[in-house]
Design a protein around this ligand. Structure first.
Ligand code: ZN
Ligand code: ZN
Ligand code: ZN
Length: 350
């Protein structure tokens, strides 16, 4: 069977980072949809919201008051999921009831004092300021002796459970590696031991050669829909140069990073002419003082929208009990994202 014939019929694709499979059913794309339709989200329309706990000068639920910040602002989460006190001991009964204490820190980073902005509507220098804080937080938290991993992530949109439209992300520092990071670490380590090269460098070479799933790029970064994507418009953002973490990027690469983030977020918003909801986050080398030459810095974007601003994909049924499944092929999704404009739909073109 030829490659392209295989990819037109039901098949499964392998994710070499997590070693999991996704089921792809391209023949089902015309199936009628009678599911739930969400109300399209309204973009935040005010620059300052007196009720917002992230806007400058406002009181937060924990009692603290935000400073009148003019660029970015970082603070410790008032209701953190993790505590920085040393963790409790282990619990193990018969290797069946197993628990470990987990030490951690949770911070919030506001991207801008403006309540109504997003990365897509911010100026490149403003995005660069955000990028610089990511690097600085990764360094600062990673240098704490007990912090093994710094996870930076953003939930955007009510549909993703984001409680506030004010542009912000979260930064969690953990004493252990999460499931996803542990899986990706193992795969990248074993790949580099077997092949003598980096899994994601080799993957990026293949993608650039095939040129079927590339969405956009600049000289230092590439955005693509991974061959094994689960979410309809899922993408990966990869550095062209092999670097383990964002603090290895040069100043000129950090400018490129800001450029590609703005372009990707604009394409996303333009796809359905709506502030595009997603969960995104960076994967980079653990901060456990080991070398980790196997790690290649990248970001994952997981947006839930399927065919319009109001129709999300749900992970239910076979997907919860078996494997994730998709109808729209990653190649078709990349094509749609390639056709989306890099001039934001809310901006005048002249
Ligand atoms: Zn706000
Ligand atoms: Zn690499
Ligand atoms: Zn990853």
């Amino acid at each position: 069977m030829k490659d392209n014939e295989l990819l037109e019929k039901p098949h499964r694709r392998f994710n070499p980072l997590t070693r999991e499979w996704v089921l792809v059913s391209p023949q089902r794309i015309q199936r009628p949809w009678q599911g739930r339709v969400e109300k399209p989200p309204e973009p935040a329309s005010v620059a300052y919201d007196p009720e917002c706990y992230l806007c400058p000068g406002n009181a937060r639920a924990g009692g603290a008051r935000n400073p009148d910040y003019e660029s970015t602002f970082v603070f410790d989460n008032d209701f953190p999921a993790l505590l920085s006190e040393p963790a409790a001991a282990e619990f193990n009964d018969s290797e069946l009831l197993v628990a470990q204490g987990e030490q951690g820190l949770c911070r919030v980073l506001c991207f801008s004092p403006r309540h109504d902005l997003t990365l897509a509507s911010m100026a490149e220098q403003e995005i660069r300021n955000v990028v610089d804080v990511w690097v600085q937080q990764y360094r600062e938290l990673g240098s704490l002796p007990w912090v093994k991993y710094v996870q930076i992530f953003e939930n955007r949109g009510a549909i993703m459970g984001a409680s506030n439209p004010h542009p912000h992300c979260q930064i969690w520092a953990n004493a252990s590696l999460s499931n996803q990071v542990e899986a990706e670490q193992r795969s990248q380590f074993e790949y580099s031991r077997q092949h003598g090269s980096c899994l994601l460098c080799d993957y990026l070479d293949l993608e650039l050669k095939q040129n079927q799933r590339i969405v956009c790029r600049n000289k230092d970064f590439v955005v693509l829909v991974p061959f094994w994507a689960i979410w309809p418009f899922e993408v990966m953002l990869l550095s062209v140069r092999h670097v383990g973490a964002m603090d290895d990027l040069t100043s000129s690469e950090l400018d490129s990073f800001a450029d590609i983030l703005r372009r990707l977020c604009t394409r996303y918003d333009n796809l359905f002419q709506v502030p595009f909801p997603y969960t995104m986050g960076f994967h980079q080398q653990p901060t456990d003082d080991l070398a980790h030459g196997e790690w290649h810095f990248h970001a994952h974007y997981y947006p839930p929208l399927l065919r319009s601003a109001t129709v999300p994909k749900f992970m239910v049924g076979y997907e919860m009990l078996g494997s994730p499944q998709r109808d729209l092929t990653p190649e078709a999704a990349a094509d749609r994202l390639r056709q989306a404009s890099e001039i934001h739909y809310t901006k005048r073109t002249s």
